[in-house]
Design a protein around this ligand. Sequence first.
Ligand code: GLA
Length: 527
Amino acid sequence: MSLLGFIWKFMNPRAQFLFFTIAGLLAGLGVQVEAADSGRHDTADGLVLTPPMGWYPWNQFGQDPQNEGLIKEIGEAVVQSGMRDVGYSFVGPDEGICFRRSTNGLLSTVESRYPSGLRGLGDYIHRLGLKYALYTDAGTNTCSGAMPGTKGHEFEDMRSFADWRCDYLKIDWCNTDGMDPANAYTRLHEALLRSGRPIVHSLCSWGVGNPWNWAAPVGHLWRTTGDICGPGRADYGNAEKIAFFNQGLYPHAGPGYWNDPDMLIVGMAGLSEAQNRTIFSLWCLMASPLIAGNDVRAMSASTLAILTNLEAIAVNQDPLGIQGHVVSHTNGLSIWAGKPLFDGSQAVVIYNEQKVPAPIRIAWSELGLQTSSGIYVRDLWSHRSTGPFAEGITLMVPGQDVLMLRLAQTKAFPIPPITSADTYLISLQASGPAAQTLTGQLTVKTVGTDALHLWQVRRDLPDWLSVKVSKHGKSQTFSNRIHTAGLAKGHYHAVVRADNTEPVSRKPMSALYYDVDLEVQDDVAMK
Ligand code: GLA
């Protein structure tokens, strides 16, 4: 255990809060809180090699309004609004009274709220071309006490989440008296592995136990701070504090393991357009998970434009996966940089906390940019390019707002591939004693400048399934061919995995996973 971790254990909650505030101030000043190595993250599962994107209900709704109807409507809105196509994929309930513990010790759905069952809701989400997110707690109970926690049931509970076809599990830290976060989350990681399903492990200890120092080998993202707001009560000042704290943890994040400064408050009541733009820009630059928290069924055109700004998302989803941070902070004017991108360009955010516009001079040499022929500047909110500029640039930053820029030696500002699919579930039925061939397709497309190479499907498929991929520009079709010869009556399931690399940086992309279900209604002959 690190020295800070050791001291932390003996601090009472008020002292921990004070520590958090002081650390936040130091981080805001560019002082690194602790430079310990977060340990090696194993990327073999190919999960979230760029920061996860999606939607969770907590910030807007809190607990009571969550039910199957709400989650389905939100999923539909994510598709219809175009959010899915620019990368938002993980959607599901937070602490939404989803399950109870039955007398046999296993979890079961609270059907009065989720009548299709948690598996049925998962299938619905997957058919929308979205990934299924769920929530639990490492302690005895979830925070409100409405649901059981996993303590003492880690292995069977992770099996239940896998049976429900969960793809992303947020594990909270309420009711954990006497527990050590590193031990508890390590055990949960082992239980997730044992479940046999690739599931993104989202640790939610609010920074307790300094997860950035030890969580990379056991998880994919970890909350670095307390909650960004109470349900329905967006708090810009707190979001700003969290951003300044979280940026200082930049050495601890990378592809597949991310610092999580909490879900977005963009689009919630009480925030101005400039505040929404500022939060989104900072989260993008910090390679933070982009988990929307607003009511996406009823958002303004301005909120939608911010959440789907592809040029900003491209910075967040950059294949190098580097977290940017504050490189200078004077008189309420901060420069957030240290974010090289896949094509050799750099992303920069300039944040003006003051009410009045402020001029700023940025010399290329300060950012470590070398140039013989000047630097082109792309404004990622006005979508305009200028330059080349020989040594630097002077800009006016509007009051309480940001400028978000990309700087490059060439005029081109390519967008990396951002992937979405029209479904993540192929489900087929066969009846009668004669062998049959069934087919089902899904289409995977990317937004981005370059088309991808062909997705490579893993060879570990069961005998009854074969998959062929064909390419048409930026879309690729996965043709699933099922042959039922010799199968006994029953249900069959396979998880298909495909891999790809980003063509410019040649970095591995997040693996693509989907489920194939087959129901065979009668025993089938060999031919
Ligand atoms: C904690 C988490 C929140 C949310 C609530 C649910 O406070 O940090 O994001 O999940 O629990 O009670």
